[in-house]
Design a binder for this molecule. Structure first.
Ligand SMILES: Cc1ncc(COP(=O)(O)O)c(C=O)c1O
Length: 366
């Protein structure tokens, strides 16, 4: 697997330019920066001076702090009770979705003698976390009455369909504004943030103080008609075995492929144990010598077989491309996701630690 630092920078720049210089970037680096490598991504993008970094768990935030990051780190998901004290000790900013969570944060701050920074998560339709926007009059007074140990840094909501439905962004934004409208000028959060990658591309003017991009930075598309990111990740495997398959030769678990005529098969050193989605068996493709070849049979844990009958000159040791470009041909991340019946996020985060992540300064996407 190779990761292009120049493409990552270009995608960051596209986002920063879309929202303008007065809007900060809270870079989403959760799930090991969508599988690319959190520390490396932070190292490449830190020179752009993002406002801060977004993670999903206390452990991710602590790892980032321990790697030397001094900027704000926001834990976006609700956290188990036992994680709160370590998160406060590591100076992580905490998302609060309930008054109970606020009490626990206060308690952790009191016990450690530190001040805890919170962002109020407002649910405007995502449903998985956050205070209900409809009942702000019930919960806002208790948020106001919090102790001095808890600093209110931010207030945010998360969009559920920004890639597919522009009207839903307006609807969620309107709900969020109903909550913001109930705050007095001198109280509450300095920072308001709403937009993910798709939201940024559709409505950069709603940028607020901070935006929270993820997938676009890492090369995933953000919806029909939106600008394409530069491809960041490519996936490669070596040809480790070639065989001539006479008619009737069977292939793979469950024998879902059988040579109809004389075929030539190449075995690639990548399988679902590396994160190549198993459903791509008999459905996906690889590029070899600049030609698109079909994956045949079921994908195994460690190897995948492609039919190279139509390509001459393939040799053991050749490098096949499963995501990326070669010659004039490309297999895009989003194409792979679509063939696998999933989304680019799942393909990227599914790439397993067994795959070496080779960072290249610049490249052609191959
Ligand atoms: C709270 C939150 N903000 C922002 C993002 C980034 O979204 P995207 O990767 O679509 O830009 C995510 C990712 O799922 C998220 O959970």
């Amino acid at each position: 697997m190779s990761v292009r630092a120049d493409a990552l920078r270009a995608n960051y720049t596209a986002i920063a330019e879309a929202v303008g210089a007065s809007t900060g970037v809270l870079l989403m680096v959760k799930a090991n920066a969508y599988g690319l490598g959190m520390r490396e991504v932070v190292g490449v993008l830190e020179p752009f001076e993002p406002w801060g970094f977004g993670v999903a768990t206390a452990a991710e935030g602590i790892e980032l702090r321990e790697s030397g990051v001094t900027r704000p780190i926001l834990v976006c998901s609700p956290m188990p009770e036992g994680d709160v004290a370590p998160a406060v000790a590591a100076d992580l900013q905490i998302s609060i979705s309930s008054l109970d969570a606020l009490r626990k944060l206060d308690q952790a701050a009191e016990e450690s003698g530190a001040t805890a920074a919170m962002h109020i998560d407002v649910d405007t339709g995502m449903g998985r976390s956050g205070f209900d926007w409809r009942t702000a009059a019930d919960w806002l007074p208790s948020v106001r009455e919090r102790s001095d140990r808890v600093e209110w840094v931010g207030c945010y909501t998360h969009l559920h369909s920004a890639d597919a439905d522009a009207a839903s962004i307006r609807e969620q934004w309107g709900r969020f504004e109903q909550v913001l409208g109930q705050l007095d000028d001198d109280e509450g959060p300095g920072l308001v943030h709403v937009l993910n990658s798709a939201g940024i591309m559709r409505f950069p003017a709603l940028g607020n103080a901070v935006v929270r991009p993820g997938i676009y930075l890492y090369g995933g598309r953000v919806g029909e008609g939106q600008p394409d990111p530069d491809p960041v990740v490519s996936l490669h495997a070596r040809v480790v075995h070639i065989r001539e398959a006479s008619p009737g030769t069977t292939l793979g678990y469950g024998v879902t492929h059988r040579a109809k005529e004389a075929e030539r098969w190449a075995t690639l050193s990548i399988g679902y144990g590396d994160g190549l989605p198993r459903v791509l068996g008999n459905r996906g493709y690889a590029l070899l010598r600049g030609t698109r070849v079909p994956i045949v049979g079921r994908i195994s844990m460690d190897v995948t077989v492609v039919d190279i009958s139509g390509v001459s000159g393939v040799r053991e040791g050749d490098v096949a491309t499963l995501i990326g470009s070669e010659g004039g041909e490309s297999i895009l991340l989003d194409e792979v996701a679509q063939l696998a019946g999933t989304i680019s996020y799942e393909v990227l985060t599914g790439l397993s630690p067994r795959l070496p992540r080779v960072w290249v300064a610049e490249g052609s996407g191959s």
